[in-house]
Design a protein around this ligand. Structure first.
Ligand code: HEM
Length: 390
């Protein structure tokens, strides 16, 4: 009974604070390709239909860097370019189950003028990732080329949407693919990322996506200014990611379950990603970063409530964390819907992919304890779609 009352109270607070307002998913916008695709290590202005700038600032163990991912597809093939701020390897991973686990990866580098592009699969949360051929699969990168200049590496490649290899994720036109990315300053594939890493969502052409004719739509250019709505949204999301980090840190202190310390680390990376964009637009974030203290009073109340629930037992902590991830998914979608600025959208999409992964992790941990988690805020179909990813 008590838990029902608490759920009702939380729901009431969220609905009436404007923290949760279910919205339609944002429409993916794309531009027309005006050039023939060619694997030559050079990204032409009209060669791809989509681009996004992925960035991550310097922090412990990482020098900070960015990668522009460009892509186009038809009914059969995916054409992809990665242009990253490194002389070492750059990589993209499709549809990880949790951290890096089960991601279908492409890891590439250019060394002494020779380009290497590996079709890999990651079998564990923090590796190892090995070539598909070593697992009994096939190398499905059909064409590739790279170039290197002034501290940047560019890789272009082509693969089938559906390669038929069980170590490659299958794609279909119109699909939104969750991706992870990483850069290292060494071309050695066994060397851990030390420049940058993050998450994003790539939407393929076809299906429901709109085709915008205007040149430049969907480009990686930043807008000079943000509206007040967009600025407030960024500040809100930064503080909501801080709430996640602080909640998981406090739950780890109480329950000692390593999932909370691992995911607190991931939330710190989400805060850094939001901060990098806020710095770019000259937005100020609160000077103090005191654990468990928030300027937004709605977030403060949700934090207090979820922490009180999570302190009861390890199982309650996992449930409270899953509930937080549901709230985060709804808020991120709301902010995505409210902005058309490409680099802000790309950052939100990365955080959204991260929140979906985290929700999956908590729900699976509960399932491992034979506890069923029922969605508290997400529509059941959406929830099932997130947690059932194979
Ligand atoms: C030798 C290769 C690699 C090693 C040893 C490695 C190891 C790790 C470790 C230990 C973490 C936890 C965070 C940290 O300690 O910094 C991590 C996180 C991560 N790695 Fe890797 N990694 C490797 C390759 C890759 C590649 C190729 C990608 C991208 C395709 C990638 C993407 C990520 C992402 C996105 C995270 C954060 C996951 C999250 O917070 O949910 N890693 N990796």
């Amino acid at each position: 009974m008590k838990s029902i009352l608490v759920a009702l109270l939380l729901g009431f607070m969220l609905l009436f604070s404007g923290c949760i307002q279910p919205q339609d998913s944002p429409v993916a916008v794309e531009k027309r390709a005006t050039e023939v695709w060619k694997a030559d290590g050079s990204v032409g202005d009209g060669e791809y239909t989509h681009s996004m700038l992925l960035q991550s600032s310097a922090r412990q163990g990482y020098s900070g860097g960015e990668m522009v991912v460009s892509w186009r597809n038809d009914q059969e093939y995916l054409y992809l370019a990665m242009n990253g701020s490194t002389d070492g390897w750059l990589a993209i991973g499709f549809e990880p189950l949790e951290w890096m686990k089960d991601a279908d990866m492409i890891l590439a580098s250019v060394q002494n003028g020779k380009t290497v592009a590996l079709d890999e699969y990651c079998t564990g949360n923090y590796g190892p990732h090995v070539e598909d051929t070593m697992l009994g699969g096939t190398d499905d990168i059909m064409e590739f080329a790279g170039s290197q200049k002034a501290g940047r590496t560019v890789i272009e490649l082509k693969r089938k949407l559906d390669t038929g290899d069980k170590f490659d994720k299958q794609f279909s036109p119109g699909q939104a693919i969750s991706v992870i990315w990483a850069l290292a300053d060494s071309p050695d594939p066994s060397f851990k990322h030390n420049v940058a890493y993050g998450e994003a969502i790539m939407t393929l052409s076809g299906g429901q996506t709109a085709l915008a004719e205007a040149a430049g739509t969907g480009s990686v250019a930043s807008a000079a200014t943000l509206s007040e709505r967009e600025s407030n949204g960024l500040l809100f999301i930064w503080e909501e990611e801080k709430m996640a980090r602080d909640l998981y840190t406090a739950l780890y202190e109480k329950q000692s379950d390593p999932i909370f310390s691992d995911l607190a680390k991931s939330e710190q990376s989400h805060m850094d990603q939001a901060r990098a964009i806020m710095d770019e637009y000259g937005l100020l974030i609160p000077e103090k970063d005191e654990q468990g203290v928030f300027e937004n009073q709605t977030l403060q109340k949700i934090y207090n409530e979820l922490l009180a629930r999570g302190n009861a037992s390890n199982e309650d902590a996992l449930k409270a964390a899953a509930t937080f991830e549901e709230i985060s998914i709804i808020d991120l979608k709301k902010e995505l819907y409210a902005t058309q600025v490409e680099d802000v959208k790309a950052m939100y999409q990365g955080l959204l992919a991260g929140s979906q992964k985290h929700l999956r992790s908590y729900v699976r941990d509960l399932e491992d304890r034979n506890v069923k988690y029922d969605p508290q805020y997400l529509d059941r179909d959406e929830f099932e779609g997130i947690v059932k990813v194979k």
